[in-house]
Unconditional design. Structure first.
Length: 384
């Protein structure tokens, strides 16, 4: 059975569209969701700060209690776009079928907020030794602008964070980074019968691809992390576009690739190394090679296996903390100095697709664990 108030809150959140997308035509704000959450949490005694990020977009920092240390329960309020015609029910209305609640963003991850609210409400009259902080961000699905703004502002300050991304109730303490990059080569076109009339961008691109594959092999020699199913960094040559006709020297060619660094790798270093290697080819070939990220990238993140917080969450959930293949806001909470575990009731397999759902039976275990964490870290104020 699902609590009526929980269901109402979930319905309110799902009904407020907050799609974030790199395409400005589809992109929406999240302010209505943030304002709704602020109303809920101020009602139970939290002090709420709405942090404006851009037009119609904001973060919420809701704090109960004060002092050093403390626990953050964090989530993003935006969703990916949806194809409403492929859904069995209205994506903006919560619909219950066969023990599951359906709705856009219900697993990823609006469903976390009623859970955080319910858990917090149980302690709204308690005296807290350390603060309980609810964080709701914008733009996780597009630019991570919300989480980046938190790092820039240096808040919240706390020791521990739970991010409620969908993990099917399994605690997660690390993930790889995500980088997507573009290499563009500008050569000179000309008649194919005389190579001296041009400078072939495709010829140069084969050198670039060879260099990237050599770089990949070196990275995979050097870096290894046994906590991942794929225990090495990957580099995938994803697509290539260049030239137009067999009898023309190819004047321009573009390659896009994806790189997934391990937690002990630095994205800036990687970009610098690749840049240097490509510069060498450009000089050799007397050709222009431009290299740039397609988006800034999501850094990798890891909270050590021996962190007392990880141990605590493992004890509660009776599961060993593992890794996931998707990026989250965890690296930003790490930068703010928090031991961070990702733990949520939804499943990543249903996220970002039609008929996204939350299994009702996963809600009460999550609620119980959140209450136990709040009791340990905020009511008792333990620092470990
Ligand atoms: Zn998410």
């Amino acid at each position: 059975m699902i609590d009526k108030h929980f269901l109402q809150q979930l319905q309110q959140l799902v009904a407020l569209p907050s799609v974030s997308c790199t395409d400005p035509k589809i992109d929406q704000g999240n302010l209505a969701v943030i304002e709704l959450l602020a109303t809920w949490f101020s009602h139970i005694g939290f002090s709420c700060e709405i942090m404006p990020i851009s037009a119609g977009k904001a973060n919420l920092i809701a704090t109960l209690g004060s002092g050093s240390g403390g626990l953050v329960l964090a989530g993003h309020t935006d969703t990916v776009p949806c194809d409403a015609q492929l859904w069995t029910s209205d994506p903006f209305k919560v619909s219950e079928r066969h023990g599951k609640l359906y709705g856009l963003g219900i697993a990823d991850m609006k469903g976390f907020f009623p859970a955080a609210f319910n858990a917090a409400q149980a302690f709204s009259k308690s005296k807290l030794q350390a603060p309980l902080i609810i964080i709701a961000t914008c733009d996780e699905e597009s630019s991570m602008a919300g989480a980046k703004a938190l790092v820039e502002a240096g808040k919240p300050k706390a020791r521990f964070a739970v991010i409620g991304e969908p993990t099917s109730l399994k605690p997660i303490r690390l993930h790889k980074g995500v980088m997507m990059e573009r290499v563009t080569i500008m050569g000179h076109s000309g008649h194919s019968s005389d190579p001296s009339l041009g400078n072939n961008a495709l010829d140069a691109m084969t050198l670039v691809m060879g260099e990237l594959m050599a770089f990949r092999a070196e990275m995979q020699q050097k870096y290894h992390h046994p906590a991942f199913t794929i225990p090495y960094p990957t580099l995938n040559l994803g697509c290539i576009h260049g030239g137009d006709n067999p009898n023309r020297i190819c004047g321009q060619c573009e390659l896009q690739f994806d790189l997934r660094p391990l937690p002990d790798m630095n994205m800036d270093d990687i970009r610098q190394q690749i840049g240097q290697r490509l510069k060498r080819i450009a000089l050799q070939q007397h050709i222009q090679i431009d290299y740039e990220p397609i988006f800034e990238g999501t850094p990798p993140a890891e909270t050590p296996a021996n962190s007392p917080f990880v141990k605590m969450v493992e004890r509660l959930t009776q599961s060993e903390a593992g890794s996931v293949a998707f990026g989250t806001e965890a690296p930003y909470f790490r930068q703010l100095g928090m031991d961070t575990v990702i733990l949520g009731a939804g499943s990543i397999e249903t996220a970002h697709q039609p008929n996204e759902y939350l299994p009702i039976s996963n809600i009460s275990p999550l609620l119980l664990w959140l209450k136990q964490l709040i009791h340990h870290y905020c009511v008792l104020g333990h620092a470990a």
